[in-house]
Design a binder for this molecule. Structure first.
Ligand code: AMP
Length: 145
């Protein structure tokens, strides 16, 4: 299937049907923590407009999204006192995509560390909440969810 599925997990998060540890939101994008973080502070940035991935996203929406990715990356870097940031993005299942709403991974990396492997269990909610609070503070985001 290569059409957009309105019932994907991130569409449900956008509609408020599923919870998320949000760190940034504006008219065009939403950023929230990955619940299976490859490093502490692993964040996903998504456009509000529907698209599956880089292959079908409207180019102007992509440009707006990338501005958001940079903004969130700076906030994550500061909040986690990271030495570097990995950006990852997958397009279609053979390339590793699991959720079919366009998203960029923002993964903080400390000197001498490598992100991953993916944890087998979801990160504890209180740990995610604490990290999200730090990132929101760094971004000056008024979100309190
Ligand atoms: P991918 O499509 O391969 O780029 O990966 C999707 C990412 O979404 C994975 O890193 C998952 O851990 C993450 N993920 C899946 N469900 C949720 C959720 N409900 N909230 C936050 N992150 C999620």
């Amino acid at each position: 299937m290569t059409t957009y599925d309105n019932d994907n997990i991130f569409a449900k998060i956008l509609r408020g049907e599923l919870p998320a540890h949000k760190v940034y939101e504006d008219d065009d994008i939403l950023a929230f923590l990955d619940i299976f973080p490859l490093s502490e502070g692993h964040t996903l940035v998504i456009p509000k407009a529907p698209s599956r991935n880089l292959l079908d996203i409207d180019p102007d929406t992509l440009c707006t999204l990338m501005r958001g990715v940079q903004k969130v990356a700076l906030g994550v870097k500061e909040a986690l006192e990271a030495d570097g940031i990995q950006i990852r993005q997958y397009n279609e299942a053979p390339a590793g995509q699991e959720v079919f709403h366009t998203h960029f991974h923002v993964i903080p990396v400390k000197e001498g560390q490598r992100p991953g492997p993916r944890p087998s269990d979801m990160a504890p909610q209180e740990q995610l909440a604490a990290v999200a609070g730090k990132i929101r503070a760094a971004l000056g985001s008024g979100l309190n969810t």
